[in-house]
Write a new protein. Sequence first.
Length: 158
Amino acid sequence: MALEESKAYLESKGYGDRIQIFDVSSATVELAAVAVGTEPEKIAKSLTFMVDEQAVMIICAGDAKINNSKYKGYFHKKAKMLTREEVNELIGHDVGGVCPFGIKEGVDVYLDVSLKRFEKIYPACGSANSAVELTPDELEQLSESKEWIDVCKIPEKE
């Protein structure tokens, strides 16, 4: 169901031709990178949290991790990730296919600056075997995000 809603949303905005459906799983950053044929850091992963009884989604680069002090500095709360059941109930997608398209009303979407390093990024499209190719600016527009934030850390390259 979430795949159909995400596809319908993207098609209504003129991005239907960018959707990719795979014969293999893209449920994790690593699997998505293989399916898409790109580096893991270019996968735009969606992390979901509870802030003041409201679900929020932070989309960040595949290699980024939440920096707890930055998160707390921005949201004034300790990071509390949603459970698998809460993700489905509050966001409207299953874990592995979470994306900002076709989600339930009232979910605030934020984009982490870790995504701005790339020309093209690949968020999921509502299922554990899909992705859509976008620029960070296109993701900003299509996700109807509240704003760009800086709450992640990127591992140092060896």
